[in-house]
Design a protein around this ligand. Structure first.
Ligand SMILES: Nc1ncnc2c1ncn2[C@@H]1O[C@H](COP(=O)(O)OP(=O)(O)OP(=O)(O)O)[C@@H](O)[C@H]1O
Ligand SMILES: [Mg+2]
Length: 281
C-alpha cells in the first residue's frame, strides 16, 4: 500500500507573467509505515509536492496513485482518497475556524457522518494519539501556544483516520522541547503503521529519522533514496540552501581515513567504529 507520484510537474499561473514552474518531473513513493522527508531550499517546491500527495493539487503532467489506483481529476473516489492522506499545512493555525478545539477536531469526522458516541470516541482517540492535553478541548484554538496549535492541527487530521500523514514543516517555530516532543509523537504514529511524510528544512533530523529522503532544488529532484545515499551525494554535491550537518562532514573525514562507517551514523556508532579501527592498527 503506497502513494506513488510518477514524474509529476506543476506550474503556477501558466501563460501569465507570474508563471512559476514549481515541480519538474518529480517521482516519489511513500509506503505505509515509512518515514519520508522532503527537503530543499525555500521555494524549491516542497509545499507544492505535499499538496499533490493529498490531491489538493492535480499534476499538470505525470500521475498520482494511491493504494494502487491512479487518482484522476474529478474522480468520484478522490474524496475517499483525500481522507486516506491527511495534510497538516505549513501554517496550520491559518486554517482554524472553530471556536473551540473540540469543534475543530470534530469537524472532519462529523463531515464524514460520525455522530454521538462514535464521534466522541474519534475525538478522544485523536486527542490521545496527538498528545494534546484534554483540558484544552474547550479552549479557543487561537489562544494556544505554537506547539499546542500544531497538536490540534495534527489531531484534526488524525480524527479522519488517515493511512498517510503529510506534514508541511511541522516543527517550524517550535522550541527544542517542542521539536523533540513532536518528533517522538510522529515516531509513535509511524510505529503504529501510519506513513509520515515530513517537509523540513532540517537536514540533520531528516538524515536521522527518515527511511527515505527526497531533495528538491528549483522544483527538480536532485537526489532521492536512503539517508546514507543522500548524505553521500550531498557531501560531494552542494545543494542550494542545504547545510551538511557537521557530524556528516566529520564521518566523511573518517571514511577518507579508511574507517568503514555509514555517513549518517550517530555518536555511538562513530565511537564504536573508531575503537574497531584502532584495534586493527
Ligand atoms: N499560490 C501560488 N501562486 C503562484 N506561485 C506559487 C504559489 N505557491 C507557490 N508558488 C511558487 O512555486 C514555487 C514553489 O513554492 P513552494 O511553496 O512549493 O516552495 P517551498 O519549498 O514549500 O518553499 P518554503 O520553504 O518557503 O515553504 C515558488 O517559486 C513559489 O513562488
Ligand atoms: Mg513550503
Amino acid at each position: 500500500m503506497s502513494i506513488i507520484a510518477d514524474d509529476i510537474s506543476y506550474t503556477y499561473n501558466t501563460g501569465t507573467p507570474a508563471e512559476s514552474a514549481a515541480l519538474r518531473g518529480v517521482s516519489l513513493t511513500v509506503e505505509r509505515g515509512e518515514w519520508v522527508s522532503i527537503v530543499g531550499h525555500t521555494g524549491s517546491g516542497k509545499s507544492t509536492l505535499a499538496q499533490h500527495l493529498n490531491l489538493l493539487l492535480t499534476p499538470q503532467s505525470g500521475a498520482i496513485s494511491i493504494d494502487g489506483v491512479e487518482v484522476k481529476p474529478g474522480s468520484k473516489r478522490s474524496r475517499e482518497f483525500r481522507r486516506r492522506v491527511g495534510l497538516v499545512f505549513q501554517y496550520p493555525e491559518t486554517q482554524f475556524f472553530a471556536e473551540t478545539v473540540r469543534a475543530e477536531i470534530e469537524f472532519a469526522p462529523s463531515n464524514w457522518g460520525s455522530r454521538g458516541d462514535v464521534l466522541k470516541e474519534r475525538v478522544d482517540e485523536a486527542v490521545s494519539s496527538s498528545g494534546l492535553d484534554p483540558l484544552l478541548l474547550d479552549k479557543n484554538p487561537f489562544t494556544l501556544s505554537g506547539g499546542q496549535r500544531r497538536r490540534v492541527a495534527i489531531a484534526s487530521v488524525i480524527a479522519m483516520k488517515p493511512d498517510y500523514l503529510v506534514l508541511d514543516e511541522p516543527t517550524a517555530g517550535l522550541d527544542a522541547t517542542g521539536i523533540k516532543e513532536l518528533t517522538q509523537l510522529l515516531g509513535k504514529l509511524r510505529n503504529a503503521g501510519l506513513a509520515v511524510v515530513q517537509v523540513t528544512h532540517d537536514l540533520r533530523s531528516a538524515l536521522s529519522l527518515s527511511d527515505k529522503i527526497l531533495v528538491l532544488e528549483n522544483g527538480s529532484c536532485v537526489v532521492y533514496g536512503s539517508p546514507e545515499l543522500v548524505a553521500e551525494y550531498l557531501v560531494d554535491n552542494p545543494v542550494r540552501g542545504l547545510v551538511i550537518p557537521p557530524v556528516v562532514r566529520f564521518v566523511s573525514g573518517l571514511r577518507e581515513k579508511g574507517i568503514d562507517i555509514p555517513l549518517n551514523s550517530g555518536l555511538g556508532e562513530i565511537i564504536k567504529s573508531i575503537e574497531v579501527f584502532k584495534g586493527r592498527l
